[in-house]
Design a binder for this molecule. Structure first.
Ligand code: 6PG
Length: 626
């Protein structure tokens, strides 16, 4: 990683805008090193331009990567002169160096044509000027200056801009609860320039953060106006506050202090529809609002979460480099922070992530239930650990093994935990959406209901007392079979979850790339697993897992094992709703015939709802049944 304390300035603009002259003078005045971007073009690029052919993205990529390497490796402050015409080029330059200062020399085409025509000894012919303007995407950030002005007038403005920028922090964060505090500490560990704000009433949180961030250059504000003032523009403000009303209050208050082009990133577990409403509200003030799903719990937020961003893509680009620094990395070294799609896509996928998470947790809990009392807790831990050393590896299986082994005062901690599951709503939101869209997500829904049923503890106690304990006959358990069945159920759960995402993306125009999403979930998040890595590659050329022959074969091969697991659960009176839902879905979706002919006939019988005939599916019929 680059040294974030090194100051780096990029003077950009089309060829002939004067960036070399301005950058060189600036470097000499500040006593910084000067890098002329054009000096680092590969020969082939120079030859291409000299012959009058404009460079394309592929030509420019190695050149920009080389410049990025130069600026990130530099231990001296530098000024770089580089056209950096497109946002994607600026992203390449910023990789690993998020806090670049951008000076953009803006000029109109006629001025540039005259200048380029007058230039001797430069490879750029006038014929390429138009293509430079075609490629140019003006940055919405940095300092924009009129290239027509003399350098002596431009320099003081640049110096003033740099001084103002230096007196301000680059990233703001609101909310010092567990997740906010962890994200802030992660940003600081990655040497990001940070200011935080928390409501003054929450003294404990503030003191705790002061203690943990001691020695780090962070500004702590208890007043929102001064917090906002202390940030460089366009402001980039992460909020980590409770979803719902608290988030609304913060956004409303923030808006009264922000300026056009500022960016708010809501990193909490907000409902994606709320996010879209906030995006619309912020848009009327020309403020960008990004809905950001963050997964990984406290440790993830601190050491590398998975980050799913939805909303305006160019606003995301402005914070992408910092998010990449703090996010987890995939096994291939790719960042697990990604732009996921438009509108509320970031929070939407986080919601479904949690739906998948609910079912994954439930499947493990069901196996834990099936194995008892024949197996002790440490024995179950061993079984989970051995599965975790196979293709079934997942974060949740790993922590479940650790939970089973954990002791408090010589007693297994798990044994003393009340069996009443809580929830914060995201699982039920996912299920509600699956109902609205008509996409069966029976596994996550059964997991939500299992939590609700578990929470009716007193009723369960009462009914058991009334009816007597359920018989639980002993039965030999084939562990390999159990493993295969669990594995098949997980594939079905992922098939359902991703299908929900695919359908929603199609219907809402989110434009979610499932492979990018699965890659974002290969590390940092709660549902990271080897299966997710498989999903990443399968989704490169499939839009649902049920279109993938390998997945179908894999589940089909374990179908009998899943059936046996379900029979065993039923016989032993050990509830296994998620496994049963998975099997039942699989049995339905893989059979051409269903019993819906009867449903249709019933509907028509009592309500004249009409039906289609097998030999004429496009016409509707009614029968006088009586
Ligand atoms: C994550 C988790 C996280 C959190 C949920 C738990 O991805 O980091 O899913 O979002 O733990 O809020 O939700 P429940 O309380 O509903 O289980």
């Amino acid at each position: 990683m680059s040294n974030p304390l090194v100051k780096r300035i990029v003077v950009m603009g089309v060829s002939g805008s004067g960036k070399t002259a301005v950058a060189a003078r600036l470097a000499s005045q500040l006593n910084y090193s000067f890098i002329e971007g054009d000096d680092h073009h590969p020969r082939s690029n120079i030859a291409k331009m000299s012959s009058g052919t404009p460079l394309d993205d592929e030509d420019r990529r190695p050149w920009l990567e080389r410049l990025n390497q130069l600026i990130t490796e530099s231990q001296n402050p530098i000024v770089l002169a580089c056209s950096a015409l497109k946002e994607s080029y600026r992203q390449i330059l910023s990789e690993g160096a998020p806090n670049l200062t951008w000076i953009y020399l803006s000029a109109d085409q006629s001025l540039i044509l005259n200048r380029v025509a007058a230039r001797q000894e430069h490879f750029m012919p006038t014929g390429l000027v138009a293509s430079q303007f075609r490629d140019l995407e003006e940055p919405a950030y940095g300092l924009k200056l009129d290239a027509n002005k003399p350098i002596d007038q431009l320099l003081p403005k640049i110096i003033e801009h740099i001084e103002t920028k230096e007196s301000k922090k680059v990233i703001g964060l609101i909310g010092l609860g567990v997740m906010g505090r962890s994200l802030a500490l992660n940003l600081l560990r990655n040497q990001q320039s940070l200011a935080v704000y928390n409501r003054a009433e929450e003294q404990e949180l503030i003191k705790d953060f002061e203690l943990r961030s001691q020695g780090k250059p962070v500004d702590i504000h208890l007043d929102l106006a001064s917090f906002v003032k202390g940030l460089e523009t366009p402001r980039k403000i992460l909020m980590m506050v409770s979803a719902g009303r608290a988030a609304d209050l913060v956004v409303d208050e923030l808006l009264s202090h922000l300026a056009p082009e500022d960016i708010i990133l809501d990193c909490g577990n907000s409902h994606y529809r709320d996010t879209e409403a906030r995006q619309a509200k912020c848009q009327s003030s020309n403020v960008h609002f990004l809905g950001v799903g963050v997964s990984g719990g406290e440790q993830g937020a601190l050491w590398g979460p998975s980050i799913m961003v939805g909303g305006n893509q160019s606003a995301y680009q402005q914070i992408a480099a910092a998010l990449n620094l703090i996010a987890a990395k995939s096994s291939e070294g790719a960042s697990c922070a990604n732009y996921i799609g438009k509108g509320g896509a970031g929070h939407f996928v986080k919601m479904i992530h949690n739906g998948i998470e609910y079912a994954e947790m439930q499947l493990i809990a069901e196996i834990y239930g099936l194995l008892q009392p024949e197996y002790s807790l440490p024995q179950i831990a061993e079984i989970f650990s051995s599965w975790n050393a196979s293709d079934s590896e997942s974060y949740l299986l790993g922590i479940s093994a650790a939970i089973l082994r954990h002791k408090t005062n010589d007693e297994f901690t798990l044994q003393n935990i009340l069996d009443r599951a809580g929830n914060k709503g995201t699982g039920s939101w996912s299920s509600q959406l699956s109902m609205q869209l008509g996409v069966p997500s029976s596994m996550m829904t059964s997991a939500v209901y299992a939590r609700y049923t578990s929470s009716q503890k007193s009723r369960r106690v009462k009914l058991e007392a009334q009816l007597g304990p359920k018989q639980a006959p002993n039965r030999a358990i084939d562990l390999d079979q159990l493993h295969r069945a669990y594995d098949a159920a997980r594939w079905i759960n992922h098939a359902q979850g991703f299908e929900l995402i695919y359908t929603m993306s199609e219907e809402s125009g989110y434009e979610i790339n499932l492979s990018v999403l699965a890659s974002t979930w290969t590390n940092g998040c709660i549902i990271r697993s080897r299966l997710m890595q498989r999903c990443q590659s399968i989704f490169k050329d499939h839009s649902t897992l049920l279109d993938h022959a390998g997945t179908l074969q894999h589940i089909e091969a374990a179908q009998d094992d899943l059936k046996d697991l379900c029979k065993m659960g039923i016989d032993l009176n050990r509830p296994i709703p998620a496994h049963i839902s998975g099997l039942s879905y699989w049995q339905q979706i893989t059979q051409a015939e269903s019993t819906a002919d009867m449903i249709q006939a019933q509907r028509d019988f009592f309500g004249a709802h009409r039906y289609q005939r097998r030999d004429d599916p496009t016409t509707s019929y009614h029968t006088e049944w009586e």
